[in-house]
Design a protein around this ligand. Structure first.
Ligand code: MN
Length: 248
């Protein structure tokens, strides 16, 4: 039996106060379930939410985490603060979480360059991966999108089509070139990091998936939420499976 890889999940959808005014950070249980059911063992890697820790300390923490895990999963959540791509915030920017952005950018850069660990980015995760590795995101797509990307249908439902690029990782697990996915975003990838390619788009030209061109390494970002339809949708089940397998 092959060893089950340890998958570090970078999380904290937001920092909220509960009814006793404690601040808790959290992530949907669907990510860790999807990893477990795909043959991996999930572990949560919390963002340090304090100004007391500088980036040298965060780099040390990140190196330690990366020495333990076999791959990282960048979960969904808030908008990326535009300062990380040298822009001012536009009025349509949503809630941001700069502590989380900073931590995840450091971990992602290290995972990509130093330790060369597989990375899967989901929703905010594809955007974070993009910014961390030198690309840019649209702060808001309402002016350029002509289909609904913040879907009105429930989270378990898929809502718009994507077209998958032939000879991509996604094309190997999809039954068809055109498939339907869910959509809960108002930001999207604008320019790619070096060595990446677009592997899925919507009919209005919004980038829905990116991959590293070098298929010997696993680095995949998807703009939809595969963990939401993991149990009912084979394509999304396969996304977690190929990621976990790449971490072995
Ligand atoms: Mn979409």
């Amino acid at each position: 039996m092959s060893k089950r890889p340890l998958i570090g999940i970078l999380y904290s959808d937001c920092a909220v106060r509960d009814n006793e005014m404690r601040i808790r950070t959290y992530v949907s249980r669907k990510y860790s379930n999807a990893v477990l059911l795909s043959g991996g063992d999930p572990i949560l890697l919390p963002t340090p939410f304090t100004h007391e820790i500088n980036n040298d300390e965060i780099s040390r923490l990140s190196e330690r985490y990366l020495s333990l895990v076999d791959g990282i999963l960048l979960a969904g959540g808030e908008d990326i603060h535009p300062k990380f791509q040298d822009e001012d915030p536009i009025p349509a920017l949503g809630a941001v979480n700069p502590f989380r952005d900073n931590f995840e950018i450091i971990v992602t850069k290290q995972a990509y360059t130093n330790s060369q660990k597989p990375i899967l980015g989901v929703c905010r995760g594809i955007q974070l991966m993009t910014v961390a590795l030198g690309g840019k995101v649209h702060q808001d797509i309402s002016d350029i999108a002509s289909i609904q990307h913040s879907q009105s249908s429930p989270r378990w439902a898929s809502s718009h089509y994507i077209e998958i690029k032939p000879n991509s990782r996604l094309s190997q697990i999809a039954d068809n070139k055109i498939i339907m996915v869910n959509s809960f975003h108002h930001q999207a990838v604008k320019t790619l990091p070096k060595n990446f390619e677009i592997t899925a788009k919507t009919s209005d030209g919004i980038i829905e998936a990116i991959e590293l061109k070098d298929k010997n390494r696993f680095c995949l970002g998807v703009q939809w939420h595969p963990e939401e339809t993991f149990e009912t949708d084979d394509f999304n089940k396969e996304i977690f499976k190929i990621f976990v397998n790449a971490c072995k």
